[in-house]
Design a protein around this ligand. Structure first.
Ligand SMILES: NC(=O)c1ccc[n+]([C@@H]2O[C@H](COP(=O)([O-])OP(=O)(O)OC[C@H]3O[C@@H](n4cnc5c(N)ncnc54)[C@H](O)[C@@H]3O)[C@@H](O)[C@H]2O)c1
Length: 303
């Protein structure tokens, strides 16, 4: 008996890295899985049906149930076909996990238009395409315990200096996920984002100055360590959890805070003059900014 017996899941980016671990983890818990991956290189070029087929075969060899697909999720119509085909083939669409992703890092002042557009297209438009078509299916098949699980990143949440395209897309995914959470909850959908950390081909190029060991030998960063909270979100038990970001990996599962008003100064008249705004912003806000983010430590200085 698995905690996902009888559930159906479409997982993108499932041919490699975290997505592959998620697909296998969901299948090991009893879910039927559509393993979807376009088999592109880290920068998004190329196309290969092989990675999705290999993960499908690994799931079948382990006694699970899986199907393979190689849709490019940046294609709106092709993603519509994928969603319909996944639901028809599996006999339902309880869970959609979007772990597909690419990188094209560069400092902002050197970034090409193409590198911006391509990264935003895979991450943000790809997540839109899947959520858009899945939501239509969910709306037409009410009564289920549906789950949208997206992938964001600490790169966006904290602003990786050499990843303006990726950081922007990943924060866009948070906004989209939160919008889905509010729009779709009455259709039985719960929408949450995972901010993972794992040693994959995507993190191989990171020069961390020794602060993070992304090598395959570091078991703490095995992609499998991201899987348990994803299984939880995919299960019917996570009905209470909506519109949140969960960090996962390196031995941690963290509930990230949603943006809230942290400090506020209010003018009784409704207006502010410049000297008073200067003085009160400094006296109220400055002491709240105590904690440097991870990029202040020189963790990320690529490009
Ligand atoms: N590895 C980390 O530490 C880390 C950190 C933060 C966020 N993430 C995010 O987690 C997710 C998984 O990353 P990973 O490290 O496993 O990367 P990965 O490169 O190992 O796997 C990503 C997979 O996505 C597929 N893909 C890319 N573009 C696609 C497209 N247009 N259509 C269909 N498939 C496509 C690739 O073929 C690849 O197999 C990504 O969204 C990534 O941005 C990873």
């Amino acid at each position: 008996m698995g905690v996902l017996d009888g559930r159906t899941a479409l997982v993108t980016g499932a041919g490699r890295g975290i997505g592959a671990a998620v697909a296998m983890g969901l299948a090991a818990e009893g879910a039927t899985v559509m393993v979807s991956d376009a088999g592109v290189s880290v920068d998004g070029s190329g196309h290969d049906d092989g990675p999705a087929a290999q993960v499908r075969d690994a799931i079948l060899d382990a006694g699970g149930t899986a199907h393979a697909d190689a849709t490019d999720i940046t294609d709106f119509e092709a993603t519509a076909d994928l969603v319909t085909r996944a639901a028809d083939t599996m006999g339902g669409l309880d869970v959609v996990v979007n772990a597909a992703g690419i990188l094209r890092d560069s400092m902002l002042f050197k970034m090409s238009e193409g590198d911006w557009d391509t990264v935003v297209s895979v991450h943000l438009k790809g997540t839109f395409n899947l959520a858009r078509h899945a939501s239509e299916w969910w709306r037409e098949h009410r009564g289920g315990q549906y789950r949208l699980i997206t992938f964001t990143s600490m790169s966006g949440l904290q602003g990786a200096p050499s990843q303006p395209n990726y950081a922007a897309a990943k924060m866009g995914i948070v906004g989209l996920t939160f919008s889905c959470a509010n729009a779709l909850r009455n259709y039985g959908v719960r929408s949450n984002a995972i901010a993972p950390i794992a040693g994959t081909r995507m993190t191989q190029g990171i020069k961390g100055g020794g602060s993070m060991d992304y090598s395959p030998e570091n078991a703490r960063l095995a992609p499998e360590n991201v899987v348990p909270p994803v299984v939880y979100l995919a299960s019917e038990q996570s009905d209470w959890l909506n519109r949140r970001v969960i960090f996962a990996g390196n031995g941690r599962i963290s509930l990230m805070s949603n943006p809230v008003v942290e400090r506020e100064i209010v003018s009784a008249s409704g207006t502010w003059d410049i000297p008073t705004a200067f003085a009160e912003m400094e006296s109220s806000f400055k002491e709240a900014i105590l904690w440097p983010n991870i990029f202040d430590k020189g963790l990320e200085n690529r490009g």
